[in-house]
Design a protein around this ligand. Structure first.
Ligand code: NAP
Length: 250
């Protein structure tokens, strides 16, 4: 029997109780990985998702842990090593939006988005890298956004956080390539999740018209790319940003 792509590997995914993170966790679990994932608010959702992931047969742990909290992430990483004995793949997926036009954007909205989306990546990458260096290998996948490449009116905080993630991704790739640690980002376009559910119908129609493939993306579309980047099939790829956006930014 052919070995599954992530058999024997452990993956940590932040913010994976639902949406894109959960789709990534499913793909990884189906590919044979053990899964650790975090979330922030609903314990019930966290447990339900963990249960569904266990059906794939691997080990699954869920932590309620704020990715933006530096010391909480250090504790989380100690737990992962204690429980799983290793870490092979880190996916930074936790993210929020606090949209508003710049003139109406308050300081709290700016700080919250930068903390949760960008500082969280610093926290986890720093903690995971210690493990990766000991193991002499590791894969980092950061979920950015096409908005981090092109900007978006009403999302200055979010676009800045996602552009920051791209800068971090590339710098880490340069610093740690010689240690067999790969670092890549995925820039999704417009994906059907709770994050985009509340957008006005008119705005959704505008978006769809601008997408050459004529549909919104599914969380699974992003997850397939994440699986590729997590597996050895992409072993010569680092420092890249892969757009999964139906061609919207071309
Ligand atoms: P979502 O459906 O809103 O899910 C967000 C997930 O992140 C939830 O599991 C949530 O847990 C968790 N989370 C939020 N804050 C957290 C924190 N501080 N620490 C740990 N976990 C936290 O979002 P999504 O649409 O799947 O987006 C996932 C990622 O893709 C984000 O980085 C987003 O920016 C990016 N992205 C999304 C789109 C899109 O169109 N949807 C496009 C481009 C990029 P709780 O529910 O427990 O709070």
């Amino acid at each position: 029997m052919e070995m599954k792509q992530l058999q024997g590997k452990t993956a940590l995914i932040t913010g994976a109780s639902r949406g894109i993170g959960y789709a990534i966790a499913r793909q990884f679990a189906a590919a044979g990985a053990d899964i650790v994932f975090t979330h922030l608010s609903s314990d019930e959702q966290g447990q339900t998702s963990a249960e569904a992931l266990r059906a794939f047969g691997g080990k699954v742990s869920v932590y309620r842990s704020d990715a933006a909290d530096f010391s909480a992430v250090e504790v989380l990483m100690q737990e992962v090593v204690r429980e799983f004995g290793r870490l092979d793949v880190l996916v930074n997926n936790a993210g929020i939006t606090r949209d508003n036009l710049l003139l109406r954007m308050d300081e709290q909205s700016w700080d919250a988005v930068i903390r949760v989306n960008l500082k969280s990546c610093f926290n986890t990458v720093k903690a995971a890298t210690r493990v990766f260096l000991k193991q002499r290998s590791g894969v980092i996948i950061n979920i950015a956004s096409v908005v981090g490449i092109k900007g978006n009116a009403g999302q200055a905080n979010y676009a800045a956080s996602k552009a920051g993630i791209i800068g971090l991704t590339k710098s880490v790739a340069l610093e740690l390539g010689s240690r067999n640690i790969r670092s890549n980002a995925i820039a999704p376009g417009f994906i059907e999740t709770a994050m985009t559910q509340d957008l006005a119908e008119a705005s959704i129609q505008d978006w769809k018209q601008a997408i050459p493939l004529q549909r919104m993306g599914l969380p699974e579309d992003v997850a397939h790319c994440a699986l590729f980047l997590a597996s050895d099939t992409s072993s010569y790829i680092t420092g890249q940003v892969i757009q999964v956006d139906g061609g919207v930014l071309t």
